[in-house]
Design a protein around this ligand. Structure first.
Ligand code: MG
Length: 161
């Protein structure tokens, strides 16, 4: 088995949709970024790549590449999951923490997990999405940004490695 961690943070900005785990969340602001700025998908992708020792999301999908402007990060995550699978691993579980003062994410949690389940090709029971505030402190607490921590466990599949 191999463990991986991922972290990402994106600033809030007006005039964009807020997308988390491929799900549009109604909010006054979206997140700034070259792609759709889906900070949850980015953190999970980095955790997967880290566990498989396949680099990081910036190396696979450079933000200097126009092809990834406004890209759907759920599709990028699906691509990462396929690369990890091709390298000889299957995903054991994914655990995440979203740090967001607002909006409240609990009503969207099941939808986000279902969306991630489709992209990762694993049972929803293997995916955990938790949301916390930052008690009003720092950039996330001031509603200037959303940050995400993710961890994953990979298991060698029958092909071995
Ligand atoms: Mg990012």
């Amino acid at each position: 088995m191999r463990i991986g961690i991922g972290y990402d943070l994106h600033r809030f900005c007006p005039g964009r949709k807020l997308i988390l785990g491929g799900v549009e969340i109604p909010h006054t602001h979206g997140l700034a970024g070259h792609s759709d700025a889906d900070v949850l998908c980015h953190a999970i992708a980095d955790a997967l790549l880290g566990a498989a020792n396949l680099g990081d999301i910036g190396g696979h999908f450079p933000d200097s590449d126009p092809a990834f402007r406004d890209a759907c990060s759920l599709l990028l995550l699906e691509s990462v999951a396929k690369r990890v699978g091709d390298a000889g691993y299957k995903i054991g579980n994914v655990d995440t923490v979203i740090i967001a003062e607002f909006p409240k994410l609990l009503p969207f949690r099941d939808g986000i997990i279902a969306s991630l389940s489709g992209a990762l090709g694993i049972d929803p029971a293997r995916i955990s999405v938790k949301a916390k505030t930052n008690e009003g402190l720092d950039a996330t607490g001031r509603q200037e940004a959303i940050a995400v921590f993710a961890s994953v466990l990979l298991e060698e599949d029958e092909k071995g490695r």
